[in-house]
Design a protein around this ligand. Structure first.
Ligand code: AMP
Ligand code: GLY
Length: 442
């Protein structure tokens, strides 16, 4: 892959933060292998502070930016050894399951600089019942809900309810553990699948049943250093597999940022009423939150309400965000890790980004792997567009499909419409059998 000069996207020059001498010649390790990690590595690589980017395990896209390290990311000892051997100065953790397994705790235990929350701070994502308790305690607007561990009691509860009703697995389920049940029958089926058949393993042993919220859904992100939060522009994901929000939920089929019509006032309100109370409470509980806090929000008639918390960069939100972030990402991540966010200026381009995901045939259900891909080199020649790899692998020197979401085609432009048009032009260039994508990412 060719690394293009991105006009207007150069990182801002280094700044001194107080007496803090900026670290240079840094080796950075990104943990993960998806489109989000490719986008993070792509942006980090632009920093004048960076010597080399490592990604573990990475994908063919990240391999082009530096070195992929083939290591089991749940093996913390192996990661620690590799950090020491490669003289890595900062580790950036992408995926939620790695955070839930306490990779940050393990690295911090070895005095390794790492961006991301500890396992305890990350509980707000890996346990929806923990998050719901916190929201209720702090009086933060969210859907009314009840938590169940006994299927009979859950079935009794859904009997006299208005529909739709939302059934959620309590634990991590790749964004697929939520069912919007239109009828009691569908709700019972979801309970059976989660609690009896254990489709999501232990993640579904506890379920949350909650009120269906109506409105426009947005993704909000905040850089956090334990005390201070700085909001990103708004973003919007498109979670269902088919156009017009039809079909089952996926990990996310495409994003835009910023979202037209979401004002700075709304983001300020989300910061003051949601993000800051959560940061303060987690700190009070002895679990200070450092990393990216990503509340999924429904903009309802009564105002913004929390759908869920994520404790990491969104995927594919990041594939849009990294196209419009102006400030050096290394500087921001270090400020979060070192508790210096309040003295860090974060700037975004006054542009828009649009990322369209190309998915394997059958996704989010079963899908084949190993399908040959054509057109990548051509696509990489188009100005203002970056093709982020996700579920791809290199086989005998050729790139083939290797996952559900295969690429994120990510464009920037002075208007959202312009970005969107560029992204869709490139979507047509990259091909594999049965390629799925949504035509309405806007
Ligand atoms: P979650 O993982 O909790 O964000 O849920 C996944 C998706 O399900 C969300 O992004 C929403 O699109 C939808 N969803 C979750 N909870 C609700 C709710 N209470 N009302 C309406 N839609 C919801
Ligand atoms: N795009 C939604 C997520 O990252 O959870």
């Amino acid at each position: 892959m060719r690394i293009k000069p991105h006009r207007g996207f150069e990182s801002l020059p280094l700044r001194q933060i107080g007496n803090f001498e900026p670290m240079k010649n840094m080796n950075i390790l990104v943990i993960g292998s998806g489109g989000r990690e490719h986008a993070l590595a792509w942006k980090l690589k632009q920093s004048p502070r960076v010597k080399k980017i490592f990604t573990a395990p990475g994908n063919p896209g990240t391999a082009e930016l530096g070195e992929n390290i083939s290591v089991d990311i749940s093996d913390h000892q192996a990661i620690i050894e590799c950090v020491k051997k490669k003289e890595i100065n900062l580790v950036v953790v992408g995926p939620d399951d790695a955070l839930a397994l306490g990779i940050v705790n393990s690295l911090q235990g070895e005095k390794i600089k790492v961006f991301g929350p500890t396992k305890e701070a990350a509980e707000i994502e890996w346990s929806k019942s923990f998050a719901k308790d916190l929201l209720e305690r702090l009086n933060i607007p969210t859907a009314k809900s009840k938590t169940f561990t006994d299927i009979e009691k859950a079935k009794e509860y859904i009997r006299d309810h208005e529909y739709p009703l939302v059934i959620k697995a309590c634990g991590l389920a790749l964004g697929k553990g939520v069912v919007i049940a239109q009828t009691q029958e569908e709700a019972e089926q979801a309970l059976e699948e989660m609690m009896t058949q254990k489709t999501f393993g232990a993640a579904g042993e506890t379920v949350i049943i909650e009120e269906f919220l109506q409105g426009e859904e947005i993704s909000t992100h905040a850089f956090c250093d334990g005390e201070t939060a700085v909001m990103f522009p708004s973003a919007q994901d498109h979670k269902r597999i088919f156009d017009n929000d039809k079909g089952p939920n996926t990990g996310g089929m495409g994003t835009i940022a910023p979202v037209p019509g979401v004002s700075k006032n709304v983001l300020d309100q989300i910061k003051q009423e949601i993000v800051m109370p959560i940061l303060q409470e987690l700190k009070r509980m002895g679990r200070p939150f450092k990393g990216v806090l990503f509340p999924g929000i429904m903009l309802t008639k009564e105002g913004p309400k929390v759908l869920e918390f994520n404790v990491r960069f969104g995927d594919p939100e990041t594939q849009s965000y990294m196209r419009i972030l102006k400030t050096d990402l290394v500087e921001i991540l270090l400020a979060c890790v070192e508790g210096k966010l309040s003295s860090t200026q974060i700037e975004w381009e006054s542009k828009s980004a649009c990322c369209v995901v190309l998915a394997s045939p059958g996704y989010p259900g079963k899908y084949p792997k190993g399908l040959p891909i054509t057109g990548i080199a051509k696509a990489e020649n188009i100005d203002d567009v970056v093709v982020f790899h996700a579920g791809t692998k290199s086989e005998d020197g050729k790139i083939v499909t290797n996952g559900g979401r295969v690429f994120g085609v990510s464009a920037s432009g002075s208007s959202l419409d312009g970005a969107r048009q560029k992204a869709y032009k490139v979507v047509e260039l990259v091909n594999f059998e049965g390629k799925q994508f949504r035509k309405d990412i806007n």
